[in-house]
Design a protein around this ligand. Structure first.
Ligand SMILES: *Cc1c(COP(=O)(O)O)cnc(C)c1O
Length: 360
């Protein structure tokens, strides 16, 4: 198999044809011309050549059939509704997923992101859902080992791999049944798109997700889908720089007096480091988390940075950070900062962050 940058650059591109572009532009259509018999090719909620190419690309990256959605949460909701009930959800994961289960009437059991606790809650469940690394606590779970145990209980394993991206951490080949990803983050990487996707190990599961999407209409717009495919070409290059910056920053923060705890799976001191080193392809993610003494200190830090935008979300080419507890979604300390490294020069980024900390 070729390297990940090679795969990202070439994924889903049509065969060369004289006079045709490398990546054909978006097709905008509600109905298509369709004479005679009914066909899904007749209507834009069922089929679009721009998504189809993007989904071919995602399938190559994921190693299984993929379906695009209008946002990460639309993808998560599809997985919960199609495979869930009861579903075991991690209590330190992206908080909106539990809310979506509740609003969808999908029975959910919350458990800590710890294999023993997840498995204890999984008795009689249809689906176990994990994030790895979790957002924002950056807990790492061994997907391969957990998949074996979940399957032994007769349940399916879904992995939300948004933070790592499936290019670095191929959840399906590690044994997950379903990979669910918010493509609003590093996958597209420019902080200008809302998208998501679901990939499955089996064609049968993918067909059920497609049927859900056909009926609920949670489809991506063709222009967004095209931009996502265009962005995929630079994914490996972006991630390599972002993760190198994150490791440099985490190492610098680890020695700073104002910081009480630094979490980054790439640091040998992180409890999930060995597992992360095995399953994340050497790319430990763009996100570094650390704790400052108080909410006020965290706010002063954020306004003192000049290269790090105060903003939610992560994975973009511009560095950004936020005081995560402001959302009240996850149990994190008041001074907890989630910082996402962009592709700025490492020296500039580290100097900016350390400068802001020194000014506290
Ligand atoms: C952002 C995010 C989502 C939701 O994705 P949207 O594209 O914002 O709808 C789901 N899971 C994780 C881990 C996320 O970070």
């Amino acid at each position: 198999m070729s390297g990940r940058s090679t795969r990202a650059v070439h994924a889903g591109l049509p065969a060369p044809a004289d006079g045709e572009p490398f990546l054909p532009g978006p097709t905008f259509a509600a109905p298509y011309h369709l004479a005679g018999d009914a066909s899904p090719r007749g209507y834009g909620r069922y089929a679009n050549p721009t998504w189809a190419r993007g989904e071919d690309a995602l399938a190559e990256v994921e190693g299984g059939p993929a379906l695009g959605f209008g946002s990460g949460m639309a993808a998560c909701a599809a997985v919960l509704n199609v495979f869930g009930g009861p579903v075991v959800l991690p209590d330190d994961g992206y908080g909106v997923v539990a809310r979506a289960a509740e609003l969808s009437g999908v029975p959910a059991r919350m458990a800590p992101s710890d294999p023993a606790a997840l498995l204890e809650a999984a008795e009689g469940a249809r689906l176990v859902w994990i994030e790895t690394p979790t957002n924002p606590a950056l807990t790492v779970i061994d997907v391969e080992a957990l998949a074996r145990e979940v399957h032994a209980l007769g349940a399916l394993l879904a992995v939300d791999g948004t933070l790592a991206t499936p290019l670095a951490q191929p959840a399906l080949s590690l044994g997950a049944d379903v990979s669910v990803v918010s493509d609003s983050k590093a996958m597209t990487g420019h902080s200008d798109l809302l998208l998501g996707h679901v990939a499955c190990r089996s064609q049968e599961h993918a067909a059920r997700v497609r049927a859900w999407r056909d009926a609920t209409g949670a489809v991506p717009g063709p222009f967004e889908a095209w931009l996502a495919h265009r962005s995929l070409a630079t994914l490996a290059v972006r991630l390599e720089r972002q993760c190198a910056n994150a490791l440099a920053l985490a190492s610098a923060l680890a020695g700073h007096a104002a910081v009480t705890e630094v979490l980054y799976p790439g640091l040998p001191s992180h409890p999930g480091h060995d597992v992360a080193a095995r399953q994340m392809g050497g790319l430990f993610g763009p996100v570094v988390a650390f704790t400052l003494p108080s909410a006020a200190a965290a706010s002063r830090f954020l306004s003192a940075c000049s290269l790090v935008a105060e903003a939610t979300s992560f994975g973009g080419v511009h560095s950004s950070a936020e005081r995560r507890a402001r959302w009240g979604l996850e149990a994190v300390p008041e001074g907890f900062i989630r910082l996402s490294c962009g592709i700025e020069d490492a020296d500039d980024l580290v100097a900016d962050v350390l400068g802001a900390l020194d000014a506290l």
